[in-house]
Design a protein around this ligand. Structure first.
Ligand code: NAP
Length: 254
């Protein structure tokens, strides 16, 4: 039986690399994202052959794309209803919250909008998806969420939202452990070749981030995909309730 895998935010960057890794292993993979054209084209690319696209659902041989905003409870419920069983859930959807306070917003209202955007996009998105899929997680399965190095330092409302996610995942690990399901957060450092920085990364900033690492290189989406794949493997069944840092040494835990 191929494994059943759901990757939220699977249309770009880290999530896409995770989907590719499991597809290479012969898994049945569902990817999600908010932008319909991307969901359709990426599911086609990854599914390779036999693709049938109907509206918002695009099915390839093993890769299915579903348009789903992970912050929308109704959309997440509809997504969850597609699964009778799920082996691997990867919450990769997220990013820097883009708050849009009105022109008359006070300073405090603008701050509130920024916090809510980050908490919605990075914390509540994963909380909703994980909660909706929890009942169908199979023994031997795993749930993962993508955190950030920013939770350890200078992360602002974005880093704080991912730190809260890690705290919630520690509780989830205790809840799911007796069912044979592991729960971990992977906290990447700087990962190049993603849409995360939306074109705002400068050469100077990038060189500074690379200089912080011991490996003297930027991370790439595949660094995270391989970590996800390991944590979902038989060899990682005793690893749960952890935040796993993947940052080339830019942040060390001791
Ligand atoms: N790149 C880095 O350096 C870095 C470092 C640490 C952590 N991270 C984290 O890694 C994760 C993946 O980001 P990335 O770097 O791969 O950036 P990315 O290339 O921009 O990918 C983000 C993905 O998430 C989707 N997405 C965002 N909000 C969503 C929502 N509410 N519902 C469903 N899908 C949503 C995006 O598609 P749509 O916009 O179409 O929805 C896209 O597929 C994020 O959680 C990010 O915070 C990234």
């Amino acid at each position: 039986m191929p494994r059943s895998v759901l990757v939220t935010g699977g249309t770009s960057g880290i999530g896409r690399a995770v989907a590719e890794r499991f597809l290479a292993d012969g898994a049945d993979v569902v990817i999600t994202g908010r932008r319909e054209h991307l969901v359709e084209s990426v599911a086609k690319d990854l599914g390779a052959v036999g693709v049938v696209c109907t509206g918002v659902v695009c099915t390839g041989v093993v890769c299915t794309g579903v348009v789903c905003d992970a912050t929308d409870p109704r959309a997440v419920e509809a997504l969850a209803a597609r699964f009778e069983t799920l082996d691997v859930l990867v919450n990769a959807a997220g990013g820097l919250g883009a708050a849009q306070p009105g022109p008359d917003a006070t300073e405090l209202e603008a701050a509130l909008a920024q916090w809510r955007a980050d908490l919605d996009g990075n914390l509540l998105s994963a909380v909703l998806t994980t909660t909706a899929l929890k009942p169908v997680l199979a023994p031997g399965g795993t749930v993962l969420a993508v955190g950030t190095i920013g939770s350890e330092r200078r992360g602002g409302s974005y880093g704080a939202s991912k730190a809260a996610l890690a705290a919630w995942y520690a509780m989830l690990s205790a809840e799911l452990g007796p069912r044979g399901v592991t729960a971990n957060v992977i906290a990447p450092g700087y990962i190049a070749d993603t849409g995360f920085f939306q074109g705002a990364m400068t050469d100077t900033r990038e060189q500074a981030l690379i200089a912080e690492t011991h490996t003297k290189r930027a991370g790439v989406p595949n660094d995270i995909a391989e970590t996800v794949f390991f944590l979902a493997s038989a060899g990682a069944r005793q690893i749960t309730g952890q935040t796993i840092h993947v940052n080339g040494g830019a942040f060390t835990t001791r």
